[in-house]
Design a protein around this ligand. Sequence first.
Ligand code: HEM
Length: 444
Amino acid sequence: MDFPQSISQPNNPSSARRLPPAPTSASIRELVRDPLKFFVSIASEYGDIVCYRPAPDTAYLINHPDFVRHVLVDNNRNYTKGTSSNQMFNKVVGEGLLTSEGETWRKQRRMMQPAFHHTRLEKLDGMIVEAAQSTVERWERFYADDQPVDIAREMAALTMTVTTRALFGVDLGDEVREVGEIVNRAASYLEKPSHPRLIQSAAELSDVVKRIIQQRKRDFKDGGDLLSSLILVRDEKTGAAMDDEQLRTQIMTLILAGYETTASALTWTWYLLSQNLRALDHLRRDVREALNGRPPRYADLDNLPYAQLVLDESLRLFPPAWTLGRRAIVEDEIGGYYVAPNTIIAICTYALHRHPVFWDRPEVFDPERFSPQNSMGRNKFAYVPFGAGPRQCIGNNFGLMEAALVLACILQRFELHLIPGMDVQPQPLFVLRPNRDLMMSLHP
Ligand code: HEM
């Protein structure tokens, strides 16, 4: 990766202290009540950069791909991840790859990147397929009893199994199950940052993860899992290995960053497919033609291009990471407007992915808009479900591979239809979640 080494500053910022338009204080109340509606509506009413003041900060919503590129790529060194939610994450989990800064982050990223190399990811396909198939087997009973499944809950359980097995391998039975149970509990407290039970769950999780690390190190063999990679890795500059505390922080970070995001992506994909039966049909046909009934492998993903388009479009409409936050270090200028030091910069991916200048009929689900032909000429920073620049998601290929394999495995046996009459809305919590249980009926 090649990124500027110094923070670039505007030519003469103090002479141009023009501030972006700001909505009235009345609409700030909407920020707390319904942040998605707030961001979409201030962007459409006030433009591509809007100032709002969530006390005690001043914040700018930026909703133009060029501004996104400026903050995440071109001048990324001027923007830290020092927002209140990241500070909370640091307190609960420790300073892992998601929230660390500067030299600490650079070193962590250098050490963790190899664990996500495709040669390691492609070894995880069998495990993912097995987990998806056992979900399908469990659903046979629901089908026989004519019972619907709660797809959000099912996808959460499945991605938790996949995440823990990817991190720890398959043979740590009980302790890995314990991790899953604690994280599921913690996830329900995550929306209330200072919730005492969240702190308690984090401490419990920390204990199990520590035990697993020690156990694994005692009789070490490379199981191809991510923990093995992290135990084996040596810093190319210093030759140092990660100590137990670093391993614990990174493992907890990967669990929290990887599990709910992928569960959310899959949940919304099933929802969208259930509302767009032609796309569902297209996908099912592709799966049948590419696989002929046999279980999918990593190598098959190239032959399932429509699955990729469907996932891209689902991540556009319902990006699990619905907002990205940064804080300016020194003053800057964005789109001709002055940015004071400490200003919060918010990128609402949910709003950006609906920008009418960059997306034709933005509310319509149309996977074909991501075909190579239709993507030509589109500003690539109009679509950032995994972020961009040096802090881009390290697990993006893993998440996409997992989601595509799960879609294929399930579609080989069942189609899912939403129980009619449900009004489903996105709820912006830690990730974007449906506001209600998503009950779906199974059709062979
Ligand atoms: C569909 C699934 C996923 C989505 C939508 C997603 C989204 C994101 C986004 C938007 C960021 C950048 C945040 C920012 O710039 O502020 C990010 C960072 C990150 N993600 Fe993901 N993610 C997904 C899956 C995963 C998985 C499976 C893992 C790990 C197993 C993972 C681990 C991470 C980590 C460690 C970072 C921080 C990277 C850094 O700062 O160097 N993510 N993710």
